[in-house]
Design a protein around this ligand. Structure first.
Ligand SMILES: Cc1cc2nc3c(=O)[nH]c(=O)nc-3n(C[C@H](O)[C@H](O)[C@H](O)COP(=O)(O)OP(=O)(O)OC[C@H]3O[C@@H](n4cnc5c(N)ncnc54)[C@H](O)[C@@H]3O)c2cc1C
Length: 606
């Protein structure tokens, strides 16, 4: 059988006149494309779809979700905690027979992504699949290339890999059974929610297993008096608010992907959203997380009470991108739905002034429920699509929402309008009805898909800066557009200083993806230089491993590895993601892109 020379997947010739290539899209020098748009995908299909991985799965298809239902299964018994008071009497399982590598001591010893990127040979794959199938109910383990292809990437479709198998457990017991096999055989495991992540966090390892939590989608308990919902990890973010709505409650963090993304993925990424300025990120709205470590130990972090004995490790787990434990249950805080919400929409002739207005609003002591900005390119892309009524002559639009009682909203909206005008707004309008409020937001919420209307491909970046530098960063991004010959549209959670530049490119044009990557790296490094961070909410995954070298010192990265080792001694949970090795950082230091310019750009890099 012909195999792709690079990834060793079976090549499947297409009907004549297709030409069978001997390399797949991952070959050096050809962008495997990060398209999220159909037209581009179709074109890419013509050019690159020659290995079995690509036969079905150019689009990284979302998993299908089951219907959420209430409390069908009791919580796992005998949960043991890392916290004091937990029962630590049970012996840990013996160490795995063939772990990827047992990290020892220093960050330099840690497994690199390439160690687990090698495709396992057929004998090994057969052994892993057989062991999983014998431990789990029929139909729970997918292993054919065509069946696992929909899981080959997350929302960052530039990076793809076919796993050995995909496991679809329907209960915590089945999650534990799958982990036991992987631990015993030393197989890397990637937990997966809905796969909407934008940093490659849920991308599989070629030698590993994807553990999809999508079937664990039950709302186990909803206590309106306590304002707490206890849910399984595969419950969609929006489904929590839908279940709480009859009680006048909702779950506040609202990523734009909330219709699809899961609460497990939200916890793993510490997801944010439009309303997180006032109500906090996932971290601030999750009370307790239960999960399993790679050796099957049940762990529990946080509590339904305001405090609990022992070390508070909840914040360590939230945002840990599947590297420490597999989340099997989440308890979230529910808030009373505000009686009223209204939005002020303000036009600015200059993005710098819009940035200054954001800083002025916060400095005045106001915390709007949402404070978002879109530049002219973004409004031009969304307006014909959603007809939100945006001012297309404005260089930047600000949306500021106020919520609360009608009296509170009236006072705050008046104050917001006044501040916006004082800081250069050329026009303001206030939503008069709920329908109009939703229409104002519809453009912002649909900005990512709308990018597909003006460019074959786009690359969404995510960095944070102190709010006072908003204007400066936008000027630098404009300069980078000129230097790198690519356009960028800017949409962001302005109140949080969380940027989402969407870099527009065409993956079918040679070199454009490489330039888009350099553009993105330059933006996040600018964020670091201005006192910000390389990610606000999309996480590090594999996308920002290099940028981690810029943000954190070798000592800090070694500390991150030490935390990972404490939870996952064999290094099997999502290895090679989030924390770069010393080796990688040394390499990156030598090739460092500064201000969007790569030294010796003419030299080939592999
Ligand atoms: C159009 C669009 C808009 C978006 N808007 C936002 C936004 O406004 N704010 C925002 O924060 N993000 C946003 N995102 C990114 C993404 O939706 C979030 O990161 C979300 O939290 C991912 O959830 P998921 O269920 O899809 O997780 P996945 O993508 O499946 O996984 C993400 C990470 O979590 C880990 N993980 C998943 N489930 C578990 C589990 N049960 N246990 C342990 N680890 C687990 C995975 O290993 C991976 O590292 C957007 C994405 C898209 C495509």
């Amino acid at each position: 059988m012909l195999r792709c020379e690079r990834c060793r997947r079976p090549l499947r010739p297409r009907p004549a006149p297709a030409v069978v290539r001997r390399q797949c899209a991952r070959r050096p020098g050809v962008a495997p494309n990060g398209a999220r748009q159909g037209a581009s995908r179709a074109r890419r299909g013509m050019r690159y779809a020659r290995c079995a991985a690509a036969v079905q799965g150019h689009a990284c298809r979302q998993e299908r979700f089951g219907r959420e239902s209430r409390a069908q299964e009791p919580p796992p018994r005998g949960l043991r905690g890392i916290r004091a008071g937990a029962d630590h009497s049970r012996e840990r399982r013996p160490p795995p027979a063939a772990a990827v590598s047992a990290p020892a001591g220093t960050a330099a010893d840690e497994p690199r992504f390439s160690d687990v990127a090698e495709r396992a040979d057929d004998e090994r794959r057969g052994a892993v699949v057989a062991a999983l199938r014998s431990a789990l109910p029929a139909g729970t383990v997918l292993a054919e290339d065509n069946d696992v292809a929909p899981y080959e990437c997350d929302g960052l479709a530039n990076f793809r890999e076919l796993p050995v198998a995909v496991v679809l457990p329907a209960s915590t017991r089945e999650v534990a059974a799958a982990l036991a096999v992987c631990y015993r055989l030393g197989v890397p495991v990637v937990a997966r929610g809905a796969g909407t992540g934008l940093s490659g966090g849920a991308m599989p390892h070629a030698s590993g297993v994807v553990l999809s939590l999508a079937r664990l989608n039950r709302i186990l308990d909803l206590d309106p008096l306590a304002g707490i919902a206890r849910v399984e990890p595969g419950v969609r973010n929006l489904a929590i608010s839908e279940a709480a709505a009859p009680f006048g409650l909702y779950y506040a963090p609202d990523p734009s992907s909330q219709i699809a993304c899961t609460i497990g993925g939200n916890v793993a990424e510490n997801a944010g959203g439009v309303h997180c300025l006032k109500y906090g990120l996932t971290l601030h709205n999750v009370l307790r997380v239960r999960g399993l470590t790679i050796d099957g130990e049940p762990v529990e972090f946080g509590s339904h009470a305001l405090d609990a004995p022992g070390l508070d490790l909840l914040a360590v787990l939230i945002g840990s991108e599947g590297l420490l434990a597999v989340i099997t249950e989440v308890s979230v805080r529910l808030l009373p739905r505000p009686a009223l919400a209204r939005v002020v929409m303000a036009s600015f002739a200059d993005v710098g002034h819009a940035g200054d207005a954001v800083a002025a609003i916060i400095a005045a002591g106001l915390i709007p429920a949402g404070l978002e900005m879109m530049d002219q390119r973004a409004t031009a892309a969304v307006e014909p699509f959603v007809r939100a009524g945006y001012d297309l002559t404005a260089a930047a639009l600000l949306l500021a929402e106020s919520d609360g009682t009608p009296e509170e909203v009236e006072v705050e909206i008046t104050h917001l309008e006044q501040l916006l005008r004082e800081h250069g707004a050329s026009a303001t309008s206030v939503s008069r009805t709920e329908a109009e409020r939703l229409r104002f937001w519809s453009g912002r919420k649909n900005a990512f898909p709308a990018a597909g209307r003006i460019s074959p491909d786009y690359y969404c970046m995510d960095g944070t800066i102190p709010r006072k530098h908003l204007g400066r960063v936008l000027e630098e991004i404009a300069a980078l557009e000129g230097r790198l010959g690519l356009r960028c549209m800017n949409v962001f959670h302005a109140g949080d200083g969380n940027l989402h530049p969407l870099i527009l490119f065409d993956a079918n044009e040679p070199d454009q993806w490489a330039r888009a990557e350099r553009f993105g790296a330059a933006i996040v490094e600018l964020c670091v230089a201005l006192g910000g961070t390389i990610t606000g909410e999309h996480g590090v995954g594999i996308e920002k491993l290099n940028s981690m070298c810029v943000q954190f010192t070798a000592g800090e990265r070694a500390a991150f590895f030490a935390v990972k080792r404490a939870f996952d001694p064999p290094g099997l949970l999502n290895p090679g993601k989030l924390i770069p090795t010393l080796h990688r950082c040394a390499e990156y230091g030598r090739m460092h892109v500064h201000g969007g310019a790569l030294p010796f750009a003419d030299l080939p890099r592999f």
